[in-house]
Design a protein around this ligand. Structure first.
Ligand code: DC
Length: 649
């Protein structure tokens, strides 16, 4: 699974151009896996979402007894009713409300007890909306409190069909009820007052279920008879909710012209296109032959619904009124709010109460994002009103763990003109769109993981501060001192005289050094503890003064950045030599007494001697970069130092 940095910087002022293929639709991917588990035989799917949410559902169906094999976007599921049983361990749904609600419907039809858990954010999302109908069908769904919060315990078994009208528009509730209805006696009818995404009905029909759909005013009535399912063979189309980020970005960034290919084009998912058109954006939807299935013999894959290419160009936007029914899942509200912030005037999003119980209190989070990027937002009852300022400004924002807030913030940054924004809590984008940053770059946008350079003498607090800072920012950490120490250890271990500059340099060039996180290794030997010995501490300054050693290690440090994108890097020359372009440079100091106290494992004269050699050597002596911020850590808490450095980003 691709890891995304916890902190991302995004630059603006660059037109976006070209095309990307949206990642496999998340909603369809969940459903293909669940219906695959129920289908009698081998389901095959291509183009599955590569996000963590779907990975959790994949593990869930395996835990239930289906045999699942995944190879990138291709997956086979050997399913069938007789294979499925409640697992003996809780199923972890991660961050995914869809995963949990749909799974609850499926396991309601299995005799026995299944426990469904999730992460912190999922654990505060209401499950009463599925507990009620599933209870009416004969299952027992319990969680904590009146709103039935996860973990959920589902006691399944004999179910009977019901007629259900969900009080809030929800494809998840509809789908949970229909999945349970597959194994109920009698018909199950869901009457939805507003049309929500139709993937479950579409895929049930493709799997041979006895399902019928009838329009009823603004809504729809779905009727299902208990059915045995055939395996599915599908190519999952692109995710319109993810495509929306690039479509809005193209509308907002001057000079842009972007096409997102092979996007699922069912009407309930493209409401955002209508909204953008009303705002004056030239967005076109051209039906597409769909994603190409592979030529594997017997694949016989068909697309899981209508597919289109969506193209968008930059245009000045005007405000509009957005009704909840236009985009029933409300998934596109964060990015449409960014579009509204860039228009001049007030855009009202009507009926947004459901946003309060998404991956975050998304209503508050959207309002905060709009405010941060230079417009004004106000929550008026259940409405969100965005007073657009006509232009966006760069900002430092935090996603609060909500992937759509993080991606909407990135779009705002692309549109904010020259300069750069910082997005904290960006890592959660991996739940739905691990390729987001790659696609941003493919369209010509600039986004990067920041480098924070932490330099300073021994005992100034570099290690403690950089460790805590890396944790706080969700970034990797590189301790370059450990690399010099590992070379010093190897020289001592191999009987190479530290004064033998060529001999030590040969080690620095040839040895395999793993600087962590985790154990520090040189040529496979774990030296995590050994490199902190007094002997190594005495030797390392001479090793670090060797220009050939420095050249070899600096090259490796730059390669580390090329591999990781960025991170918190500590050492003596990071801001001056290794990464003179670091996003933030910090030079830590502390009083001599405090430094000696912190280095109580090393004799005070040894620390002083090491400082003297480090500061007076010819090759890259310890020095504060002109643009490094001086930070005296004497008597300060780690938290306060970390907060201060974070604020400089
Ligand atoms: O940070 P530390 O004490 O573990 O570093 C060990 C030695 O390595 C220290 O004497 C200075 C040297 N060093 C260096 O010269 N350049 C770096 N980037 C990191 C450490």
């Amino acid at each position: 699974m691709k890891r995304l940095p916890g902190t991302l910087r995004v630059g603006g002022g660059q037109a976006l151009a070209g095309e990307v293929r949206a990642p496999g639709d998340k909603s369809i991917s969940h459903r293909v896996l669940l219906l695959g588990a129920l289908g009698e035989g081998r389901t095959t799917a291509e183009g599955l979402s590569d996000g963590e949410d779907v990975a959790h559902t994949l593990e869930a169906v395996a835990a239930l007894g289906a045999a699942v094999v995944r190879d990138g976007g291709r997956v086979t599921v050997d399913g069938g009713r007789a294979r499925l049983h409640p697992p003996d361990r809780p199923i972890d749904c991660g961050n995914s409300g869809t995963g949990m609600r749909l799974l609850a419907g499926l396991v309601a039809g299995l005799a026995g007890e299944t426990v469904l858990t999730g992460d912190e954010s999922l654990s505060v999302r209401p499950m009463d909306r599925i507990a009620e109908p599933l209870g009416a069908m004969g299952a027992t769904v319990s969680g904590s409190g009146a709103r039935c919060l996860p973990p959920l315990t589902v006691k399944g078994g004999r179910l009977s069909g019901i007629t259900w009208t969900p009080p809030v528009a929800s494809a998840q509730v509809k789908s949970a009820v229909l999945l349970a209805g597959l194994s109920a006696t009698g018909d199950t009818v869901v009457h939805e007052p507003v049309r929500t995404r139709a993937h479950t009905e579409e895929l049930l029909a493709a799997a041979g279920a006895d399902v019928s759909v009838r329009d009823d005013g603004d809504g729809r009535v779905v009727r299902l008879r208990p059915s045995t399912l055939r395996p599915l063979h599908v190519v999952v189309p692109g995710d319109p909710s993810q495509a929306a980020f690039w479509v809005v970005a193209a509308c907002l960034v001057p000079g842009s012209e972007v096409t997102v290919r092979t996007v699922y084009a069912g009407a309930e998912r493209l409401g955002f296109v209508g909204v953008l058109r009303r705002m004056g954006a030239p967005v076109t939807v051209a039906s597409s032959p769909g994603p190409e299935p592979s030529r594997e013999p017997g694949s016989g894959a068909g697309s899981a619904g209508p597919v289109a290419d969506i193209a968008a160009r930059h245009a000045p936007l005007r405000p509009t009124v957005v009704l909840a029914g236009e985009i029933p899942s409300l998934d596109e509200v964060p990015v449409l709010a960014v579009a509204a912030a860039a228009a001049v005037g007030a855009t009202r999003f009507v009926g947004m109460a459901e946003l309060r119980v998404k991956e975050s209190d998304r209503l508050a989070a959207v309002a905060a994002l709009v405010g941060a990027v230079g417009a004004r937002a106000e929550v008026d009852g259940d409405d969100l009103v965005v007073h657009g300022a006509g232009r966006l400004r760069h900002a430092s924002v935090d996603s609060g763990g909500d992937h759509r807030i993080a991606m909407a913030a990135a779009v705002a940054a692309l549109a904010a003109g020259p300069g750069q924004s910082r997005i904290g809590g960006f890592g959660c984008v991996a739940t739905s769109y691990p390729g987001f940053v790659d696609h941003l770059a493919a369209l010509g946008g600039r986004a990067w993981t920041p480098v924070v350079a932490i330099d300073g003498p021994a005992g100034s607090g570099k290690s403690t501060v950089s460790r805590a800072l890396a944790r706080r920012l969700g970034l990797e950490r590189l301790d370059t001192g450990a690399m010099y120490r590992a070379v010093a250890w190897a020289a001592l271990d191999r009987g190479v005289d530290p004064a033998d500059t060529d001999g030590v340099a040969a080690i620095a060039r040839a040895a395999a050094i793993e600087p962590g996180p985790g154990p520090v290794r040189i040529d496979g030997v774990d030296v995590t503890t050994a490199i902190r010995s007094p002997e190594v501490s005495r030797t390392v300054s001479a090793v670090a003064a060797n220009p050939a050693v420095r050249a070899a290690l600096v090259e490796r440090q730059r390669a580390w950045r090329a591999g990781h994108g960025g991170g918190v890097v500590e050492g003596r020359d990071i801001g001056t030599v290794v990464f003179p372009d670091a996003d933030v440079k910090v030079y830590l100091t502390a009083s001599p007494e405090e430094r000696a106290r912190r280095r109580s494992d090393e004799a005070a004269d040894s620390v002083a001697r090491r400082d003297r050699i480090d500061s007076t050597r010819a090759a890259s002596p310890l020095a504060r970069a002109d643009d490094a911020r001086l930070l005296d850590t004497t008597g300060r808490s780690v938290d306060s130092v970390v907060e201060e450095i974070s604020s400089w980003l």
